[in-house]
Each structure stands twice: as C-alpha cells, then as structure tokens.
Write a protein that binds this ligand. Structure first.
Ligand code: TRP
Ligand code: ZN
Length: 469
C-alpha cells in the first residue's frame, strides 16, 4: 500500500545559498538571529535566536483569485540578545510588521523575512510579532519533485507542510525543532468548511462568511500544521477512551472513505494499546482531492488523504501521531524515526489482524520479493539514518529499511522487551524532539545486556544490504 510520493524523485541538486541575509546595523544590542537552524538537508528552514511558543493565525480565504489575507501573531522567546531576526515566508505580500506593538522594519529575500524591531530584544524576553500579509499562496515543488505548500482543489484549497510547505501560507520558524501551540481563525464563504488541527472551538456566520476557530494546545511542528477548505461531509464520533473524532471528507470520496474511516476509532484504540496513550486531545482525518499531490500526510490530529485511503495507510498516518507529530525529529536527517515506525505500525497491524507477520514481511523484503516497494532493491540504496540529500528523505530505505531496523531490535530483545521499548520511547520523548543518537541511547539503556553495535553499524548506518548472521 504505497502512501508516499506519487511523483518520482527528480534528483535535483540543491544549490544552497547561505549567509545572504546577514543584517547588521539596527542600532540595538545583540546581533541578528541566524537565517536557518543548520538543518543538514534544509539549511534555510527555521531560524536562529528565538523559540516560538504560540502562533495566532487570523486568516480569510476567497475562492476568487485564491486569495488568502491574514495576520500571524507570533509569540516567541529570545534565546539571545537580538536586534534582528528571521521568519520563513515564501511568496505572499507583507503589508506590515510590528514587534511588541511597535512598527518594525523588515525586508525580504527568498524565503527569509528579516525583521528589525524598533527596540532590541534582550535574551530571555518573550515578545510578540504581528505580520500582516495577503496574496495567492504558492504551491512549492519539493527537492524530490512532489508538490506541497498551498494546493488548490476543485472547491477550495489545502495547506500541506512537509518538509517546507508551511512557509507558503504563514510566516514562522519553519523547522521541526521549534514546536508551538496554535490558534487558527479562518473565515471562508458560507457553505464552505475550513478544517485545521486541534479542536473546533467555534463556528460563526455573519454576512455570508463563516469563521471557524481551531485550537491546538499541544506542541505542533509547523510541517504538520494544515488548513483544508472546501465542501466536506463532516462526521463526529469518539474512540473507546472518549477521544473526539472529527473527519471531513470531500463528498465525491464520501462513500469509499466512509467505510474505511468507520474503522478509525478502532485503529486509534489498537494504537493506544500498542504505543501508549494517544498524544493529542482529538483525532480524525481529512480526505480531499488536491490536484497534483498524490500522497497522504500525518497532519496533527487529523491526517490528510488524497482520496479514500486503504486501512494500511490509515494505520500508517495515525501511527505518525505518536512517531513524528508527538516525538518529532530534531532535523530532516531523522526522518526514518517517523517513517520506520509508521511502516512498522502497518506490519504490526497486519500481524495482529490475520495478515502477514512482521517477520514474514521482513524476510520477504530481505529476499527481495515483497509486494512493495515496486523495486525491492531500492530498499538498500542508502542507510536509513543517512539519506544522501534532500531529494531522498522519503525514499524506500527511510520507510522499509527503517522498519527493518526496528524488527532487528525486536529479534534481539524479544517481543515483550520490544513492546516496552516502543511504548517507552513514545512516552520518554512525548511532545519533544529526538534524533537517531537519542534513539540508540534509549534502546541501549532499555536493554543493557544486549549488543546493538551490529544493528546500528549495519542496519542504521551501513551501506548496502546487511549480512544476516
Ligand atoms: N510523511 C508522509 C507519509 O509517509 C509522506 C510525505 C509527504 C513526505 N510529504 C513528504 C515525506 C515530504 C518526506 C518529505 O505519511
Ligand atoms: Zn509516513
């Protein structure tokens, strides 16, 4: 059940233009915050010198011209003395920026919006920036050739952020390392529904326009923030534990999606039994038809599907709520921690629901005759913890070989200890960020009598197909 990019990698070479945006002057104390956080694959993503705690987005969308107008109020804490700092925003017209309520100077270069506040910001200060902006948000083409950012649909639009798409529809610190709470207030023409992350706290219609207010209290990485606008069939239910379920489905997909989504509460129940308590206050799904994006995405609370999903894909995207959305990678190098776990969740689901066991799937992949990916040899193209470049962070090794790493750990420690490790990992890094070194250290501590050296060296970091003992 392929759920990844429908579009083959283009193998684009990323030309990295660094350090163009240093901004000196400004007269305040301290220097400028950096234009990126040093991500090995997306060096311009995110920004240095501050940490966002809250985004308040007040947006309005008009079908005519696909026009988005809004204000982003960003509350952040300065991590150093700052006389300037960066936000990521690509496209859109900025009309006004204030910091602490005072007009600030600003300039733009590519995806960097550089803000120079009137007064310098001392380290430790919590400050509020408001950016007013408008325009027709861009669709961004990823290094691997797939589309993200803002995707127009037949009756609305969809905001998808992995890995860099969120800068198309709001300014922010767009790197997974900086998670924050969100309040999204979105006004659309009456008759359309606007869905985002978290919980819907109010719906108000005035003069032919409806405002939907969505609240996300738990920390959220901006790449899993979403906004879905369109005609939707909305269903509400609850899981066994009483977690609210909200699904929004494009009416043309409603029949097929309805059958699969009826199983969603039961999948969340099973995942809670397997991974521990669900990390957020609500769940659900969004099913829409973005013209060109043929992939599902684990947007927080309610993943997005480009059409009615199959059960495996639903299991996969919901597992990401634990692995990716709650335990979030420190950098894009750590993608296998997302995709390896979400893929292994599918294997475990099959194992416990009358399908192949994880061990059978592992062996078939090792032999090279599993039904996916199309070319099994792809699984050995590179080590999962070290993708060669940004165009390959969602390739088969990250998914399948990532899951195979987990299976080799299971073989080494046994089923009961493996379960404890999976649940313990999700609990230990709940709502935080983690990288591969955090993971290997966690596993070694959980099973100190085992030698994981060969697993890490051969399966995680080694080139080619590892030898089996
Ligand atoms: N994370 C998605 C999934 O497997 C796939 C995906 C969508 C993706 N966009 C991406 C992976 C960008 C890497 C980069 O559920
Ligand atoms: Zn995934």
């Amino acid at each position: 059940m392929p759920r990844r990019r429908a579009v083959p990698p283009l193998g684009l070479v990323l030309t990295l233009v660094l350090g163009l945006t240093a901004c000196g002057g400004g007269g305040g104390h301290g220097g400028p915050g950096a234009a990126g956080v040093g991500d090995p694959y997306f060096p311009r993503s995110g920004n240095g010198g501050y940490d966002v705690t809250h985004y308040g987005l007040t947006l309005a969308w008009e079908p005519r011209g696909n026009r988005l107008t809004g204000t982003a109020e960003i509350t952040a804490r300065a991590g150093q003395d700052l006389d300037a700092f960066h936000l990521d925003l690509l496209g859109m017209d900025v009309t006004d920026v204030t910091v602490q309520g005072r007009r600030a100077r600003w300039s733009r270069s590519g995806q960097e919006l550089t803000v120079r506040p009137r007064d310098g910001l001392p380290e430790g200060r919590t400050f509020r920036t408001a950016v007013r902006y408008a325009g027709s948000p861009r669709t961004i083409t990823d290094p691997d050739g797939s589309e993200e950012g803002w995707l127009p649909t037949a009756d609305g639009a969809l905001g998808l952020g992995e890995p860099t798409g969120s800068m198309a529809w709001f300014p922010g610190d767009h790197h997974p390392a900086d998670k924050a709470a969100y309040d999204v207030r979105i006004t659309v023409p009456e008759g359309l529904t606007a869905v985002s992350n978290g919980e819907l706290t109010s719906t108000t219609t005035v003069n032919g326009r409806t405002t939907y207010v969505w609240h996300t209290a738990e920390p959220m990485a901006s790449y899993v923030a979403t906004l879905a606008i369109g005609r939707y069939t909305v269903t509400r239910s609850a899981t066994r534990r009483g977690l609210p379920v909200y699904t929004a489905v494009d009416p043309t997909e409603a029949k097929d999606a309805g059958k699969v989504l009826a199983g969603l509460p039961g999948i969340v129940d099973w995942e809670e039994d397997t991974f521990g308590p669900y990390p957020f206050s609500s769940t659900g799904a969004i099913v829409d038809r973005p013209g060109d994006a043929g992939y599902a995405l684990e947007t927080q609370n309610r993943p997005v599907f480009p059409g009615a999903p199959d059960t495996g894909t639903l299991v996969h995207e919901l597992a990401h709520q634990w692995f990716g959305d709650s335990v979030t990678p420190k950098s894009w190098r750590d993608m296998w921690l997302n995709e390896g776990f979400a893929t292994y969740a599918e294997w475990l689901w099959q194992e416990e629901h009358g399908g192949d066991t994880a061990d059978e799937i592992f062996r078939a992949l090792y032999r090279g005759d599993y039904r996916e990916p199309a070319d099994n040899a792809q699984v050995w193209a590179f080590p999962p913890a070290d993708p060669p470049d940004a165009a390959h962070i969602s390739d088969p090794p990250v998914y399948y070989r990532g899951a195979m790493v987990l299976h080799t750990i299971r073989e080494l420690v046994g089923d009961a200890a493996f379960r404890r490790i999976v649940r313990g990992w999700a609990a230990r890094y709940r709502h935080r960020n983690a990288d591969t070194a955090d993971f290997t250290a966690y596993v070694e501590k959980a099973a100190p009598d085992r030698d994981f050296g060969p697993v890490w060296d051969d399966w995680l970091h080694g080139a080619g197909r590892p030898r089996r003992p």
